[in-house]
Design a protein around this ligand. Sequence first.
Ligand code: SF4
Ligand code: SF4
Length: 376
Amino acid sequence: MKRALVAIERCESYSSEEVREALVKICEAAALPSVEGKKVLLKPNILSDSPPERAVTTRSEVLRELIKLLWEKGASEIFVGDSPSISSSHFSPRTSGIAQVCQEEGATWVDFSKDPKTYPIPWSYGHKYPLAAIIDEVDIIISVAKLKTHQLMYATGAVKNMFGTVVGLHKSACHLRFVKRESFARMLSGLYSVVKPHFAIMDAIIAMEGPGPSAGSPRYTGLLLASNDPTALDAAQGIIMGYDPFTLPLTAELVKRKLTLWRNLDEIEYPLLKAEEVVVENFKRIEIQPKTNLFKALVIPFFTRYLKFYSQKREPKPLFDPLLCIGCGKCVKICPAQALTLTEEFKIDVDYKQCIRCYCCHEVCPVDAITIEGEG
Ligand code: SF4
Ligand code: SF4
């Protein structure tokens, strides 16, 4: 029976030599599947095409060494793609350096938003979403994630990274339909059952702590990770950040839905370093919020409006700093609840009664003008 393997290795910098050495080791230890003669899709985390030093995106240096390694192992074609929520057509990740790496290393950049295909997503009340068509055209998919915090799911990771296969602003529609953390995690699990990467790598050399996934601070952790089970990689990420992985709604949901190669944490094997050995001290995590309890779940059908308002009031809310805001309107465009208005003075008005606390606005703000009230 296939076992969940998580390989963790120290990698002190983004120098090509160090990344290469660590990558070879973790890919071997975590049983990278054979890519010989195969078409491979790499899915880095390009939430927004940000400069590398902000730690928002998977670093291009990791991607470069991975592409080189896959060519050496005989891959026939290598594609790299993503679809940030707000991006123009013909998006190409220049600022992060990823476009240049693709060009120099002979990989093909794919904008997922071109000619998507619609797929039904399990456990999402029969909803269908347009996904990147290329997921059906390749033999191997590798999630190339970044170790980062996330306001809604507490941690971004190898599984959540695949949400990028839902094209562009359709991601906002998902947030509007699956408002609570638990239901959003359920939808992500359904998506994962459709787009299941065969392997996952995580760039944690410089991670992100604090109010991620876009406005946090870079945090040096000096690690590269790989796994034959993206869910196990995310569990290891949780431990490194200082969480009990079962308190992370997505990981708990994946285990419940039997989408993992493991049921208990002691079934995850660590052929190199163990996650417990590399826990980052005082890592600035997102505080875990109380779950919707059974009583509320039962009465919701009867008191939906009241409880929606009540439960939203308990969630931290986005605050907009008018001194930092540059009036770009990106938050208004992405807000699935239409809770935001750009005033004539180019400032943001918020209707907190409409706000569903999805934090999409926080993710896309280019100048960190949005903070989440209640974060530590
Ligand atoms: S204001 Fe921000 S957090 Fe509230 S619904 Fe809109 S995008 Fe989501
Ligand atoms: S995304 Fe940020 S900078 Fe742009 S309008 Fe919204 S708050 Fe202002």
